[in-house]
Write a protein that binds this ligand. Structure first.
Ligand code: HEM
Length: 142
């Protein structure tokens, strides 16, 4: 079980590296002057590769978590409110991941209109979600 949990944490950390860095690229893309086509294409290429990589890393992160929960039964049954709250947070993280994909598609189509400030705030969301999940799973407050 400890091997499964170890790799669960490794893939969660890797997944979040992508969720932290992608919006950073969006901040830079939103600041690129329209005439800097080469810079825009370079950032778009980075974002597309990172989005693909981040999606691939999410799969083992989630699969190993499900294995801990459903396979080893950790957090199952009554009295495990922390696990239910964690799963709600995981759904929000998946929603954020999906939103990154939609925003990237808008950038590729040249249809995005938001300012770099909006993306800086958007970049803070995974920090809040990560803190919430780690506190829930380590402290198990309820
Ligand atoms: C389908 C999604 C997930 C499920 C079912 C799941 C389930 C679990 C379970 C059952 C444990 C073992 C808890 C224990 O031994 O006390 C665990 C550990 C952990 N999970 Fe997840 N997890 C999921 C996603 C995530 C995500 C998205 C994060 C981070 C944002 C995360 C962070 C952690 C951490 C840090 C631990 C280690 C806690 C410890 O050793 O005390 N998990 N997970």
């Amino acid at each position: 079980m400890l091997w499964v949990k170890s790799f669960h944490i490794v893939f969660v950390a890797s997944w979040f590296a992508g969720l932290f860095y992608l919006p950073r690229i969006f901040v830079n893309l939103a600041m690129v002057p329209p005439e800097s086509v080469a810079e825009r294409e370079r950032l778009l290429l980075m974002a597309r590769k990172l989005m693909r990589f981040t999606t691939i890393l999410a799969v083992p992160a989630l699969a190993l978590g499900l294995w801990l929960w459903l396979g080893y039964g950790i957090g199952r049954g009554a009295g495990n409110g922390w696990m239910h709250a964690k799963l709600v947070a995981v759904v929000l993280i998946l929603g954020y991941h999906h939103a990154c994909g939609l925003l990237l598609r808008r950038f590729v189509q040249g249809a995005q209109r938001r300012s770099h400030v909006w993306y800086r705030w958007f970049n803070e969301v995974p920090v809040i979600l990560l803190v919430a999940v780690v506190v829930l799973v380590v402290v198990k407050p309820f």
